[in-house]
Design a protein around this ligand. Structure first.
Ligand code: FES
Ligand code: FES
Length: 191
């Protein structure tokens, strides 16, 4: 349901608790900023509309495509499915925070080298998902594609099939999947 529709329903019902703005301190890319948000405002809308961080993209706005992927305390989450007002004290990371001192993250560089995009609309979500996914694999997390979950997973086990499974929440309507996997393979090789 669109935010306009939710607002209309809440207004019609006279339920002001859904629209009364709340103060919240959001820490995004190591910078804490105080803003007010409606309790129902998503992190995605807060990033884009309140903090001008438009690198995180809104595509489906319903948890289906992964374009809005960011990190909260190092874990990948869908920002369109997360309420901003719940995130006080959490560490939020967006695509804008990946580059450090003018140097791109290795996965960003690998996406460029391997042409991992066409229109680019899914790309920030793909990269944020890929960065966290590599950390999950490093930490030994298995996936639905892991043949033997009884032993610790290692980066050496991160096959193309594993990468496809672990990135399956990120859709690309330009169908750049082979190049995206190539980019992830390249970034893994640099670890
Ligand atoms: Fe959030 Fe599609 S915009 S999953
Ligand atoms: Fe266009 Fe992925 S590059 S949607």
């Amino acid at each position: 349901m669109s935010n306009d529709r939710k607002r209309a329903l809440a207004d019609a019902a006279g339920d002001k608790s859904l629209i009364e703005p709340l103060p919240v301190n959001l820490t995004v890319n190591d910078l804490t900023q105080s803003i007010t948000v409606e309790p129902r405002m998503t992190l995605l809308d807060a990033l884009r509309e309140r903090l001008a961080l438009t690198g995180t993209k809104k595509a489906c706005d319903r948890g289906e495509c992964g374009a809005c992927t960011v990190h909260i305390n190092g874990r990948r989450v869908l920002s369109c499915m997360t309420l901003a007002a719940m995130l006080e004290g959490k560490k939020i990371a967006t695509i804008e925070g990946l580059e450090q001192n003018g140097i791109l993250h290795e996965l960003q560089s690998a996406f460029i080298e391997h042409d991992g995009f066409q229109c680019g609309f899914c790309t920030s979500g793909q990269i944020m998902s890929g960065v966290a996914m590599i950390e999950e694999a490093k930490a030994g997390w298995p996936s639905a594609a892991t043949a033997d979950v009884r032993r610790d997973f290692t980066l050496a086990d991160l096959s193309r099939a594993e990468i496809c499974e672990r990135m399956s929440g990120n859709l690309c309507r330009c169908a750049c999947y082979p190049n995206i996997v190539d980019a992830v393979v390249e970034a893994v090789a640099r670890n």
